[in-house]
Design a protein around this ligand. Sequence first.
Ligand code: PRP
Length: 179
Amino acid sequence: MPMSETMEPKILITEAKLQARLTELANEISRDFAGKEITAVCVLKGSFIFFSDMIRKLDLPIACEFLGVSSYGNKMVSSGELKITLDMNEPLENKHVIVFEDIVDSGLTLSYIMSTLKARKPATLKSCTLLFKPDSLKVPVEVDYHGFKIGNEFVVGYGLDHAGKFRGLRHIGVIEHGH
Ligand code: PRP
């Protein structure tokens, strides 16, 4: 069995630290959007756990929408061209929309999502990412709310995968380079 299959990711952000920061973030968003109903957009797949925790912490009326986005082929070597693989059923016109992402790395995914959704004329369009890698950005992107800034680590857990594994971890872990 290759080493990678026996390696457990090291803990980068504990469950307690993660949940405490989510509460802060949810309080901040609830204050900013007080008195409004929001449309919360979950970007599949990686964001589903972050999204489900956040919508339960937000003190706002919320409509939930789900968006599938994927790159053509291997994102690491491609031009970063993306496509919508699952679209929402509801129009966004005049809605207060917050896009929830698990991670902003190159920024290509969020940038594509924001420009695509902006064309649908929402009243407000904001982004909220759990993890933000500011040093990895390849395109300028608007990150309105973020949980944690991190470095160039390969992170897994809490929705994020490595080859389909580790999404169910309750914390954020790091896989060593080379595995
Ligand atoms: C991950 C993550 C973000 C995107 C961030 O998705 O969920 O959507 O990459 O990277 P970027 O800033 O470089 O575009 P992934 O393509 O791994 O799909 P998944 O969420 O379905 O696992």
